[in-house]
Each structure stands twice: as C-alpha cells, then as structure tokens.
Design a binder for this molecule. Structure first.
Ligand code: PNS
Length: 159
C-alpha cells in the first residue's frame, strides 16, 4: 500500500510522529503531504515545515515529505495512491474526519481513508496548543521533536 498522511503540520508534533511511524510500518511507501494554503495564517512557512518534517523522518526510509496545493482527493489520485491515513484523538476528531472522508470519497471514489487511533499518552497534543504554549513562554519540549523545539525557540528568539 502506498499511503498518504496529509496535514498542516504547523508544526509537526510527537502525536503526528507517532502516526507517521505506525503508518510507515504498515505501508510500502508513505507520503507525508503538507497542505500549502496561502490563505491560512501559519507560524512556519511551507519550506520550514518540509525541512522540519524531513529531518524528523530521516530514519524512516519509506517516508517522503512533500507539499501540495488544492484538493487532497486530486493530489492522492495524481501520485497513484488510493489510501489516506488520518490520526484520530477523540470523538470530535472522529466526527470531523469522518465527514472529510465522505467528501473525499465523493471527490475520488477510489480513495479509502484509514483512521489510526492516537496513542493515549499523546492524544492531548495539538499543533495549535504547542504554538499557544510556546508563544506564552511555556515548555513544549515533550510535545514536539527536538529539531522542531530548536526551531520554535529560534522563531520566538529565545536562543
Ligand atoms: O492538520 P490539519 O489542518 O487537520 O489537516 C487538514 C488537511 C490538510 C488534511 C485538510 O484541510 C485537507 O485535506 N485540505 C485539502 C483541501 C481539500 O481537499 N478539501 C476538501 C476535503 S473536504
């Protein structure tokens, strides 16, 4: 199976990394696809997000990191994949992701969405919480990969 794990990854968290490791383990090839949406305000540029994710995934030989624009259903078709993997932390994630999965199926009938339950210890982590806590001076070192932590400190000029 050639699977796609899409997201904003602004920035990638340890919750995302857990899903990436587990998805890579059950896939021949995993494409981590960062949505490039200029309309959405982000802390990190797409190039910064690609760099951070590539660094965090360098030990995983079957994982590649790319960005995409537009519709996920079209991106997946364009790279000859038919499987999208999503991590689900709680019932709110499930309701939202289930709706997305139905839309994506309508847009590309070949596409299947697989949900991986978030590991309990990581299920509170979100990119938005990381950004808020870090901006307010809190310690996010246990929520994100080390290279991302260094990058956040740089961005917030705390090094
Ligand atoms: O990490 P996120 O922000 O939850 O990721 C959301 C993402 C990028 C997976 C989702 O917004 C997406 O697939 N966007 C692409 C646009 C699209 O295909 N929209 C129609 C699906 S309903």
């Amino acid at each position: 199976m050639n699977a796609v794990y899409p997201g904003s990854f602004d920035p990638v968290t340890l919750g995302h990394m857990d899903i990436i490791h587990r998805a890579a383990n059950i896939s021949e090839r995993l494409t981590v696809a960062i949505l490039n949406n200029p309309a959405k305000k982000s802390m990190f540029t797409v190039d910064e997000r690609i760099e951070m994710l590539r660094h965090a995934c360098q030990v995983l030989p079957n994982v590649e990191v790319v960005s995409f624009r537009g519709m996920l259903a079209e991106f997946v078709r364009g790279i000859d994949s038919q499987v999208v993997i999503k991590g689900v932390r709680n019932h709110r994630d499930f309701e939202y992701e289930n709706q997305m999965a139905q839309f994506n199926k309508m847009l590309n009938s070949n596409l299947e969405t697989l949900f991986l339950p978030a590991s309990t210890a990581l299920s509170l982590i979100s990119s938005s919480a990381v950004k808020e806590i870090a901006t307010l001076g809190g310690d996010v070192s246990k929520m994100i990969p080390q290279n991302v932590y260094n990058k956040i400190l740089q961005k917030l000029s705390r090094v």
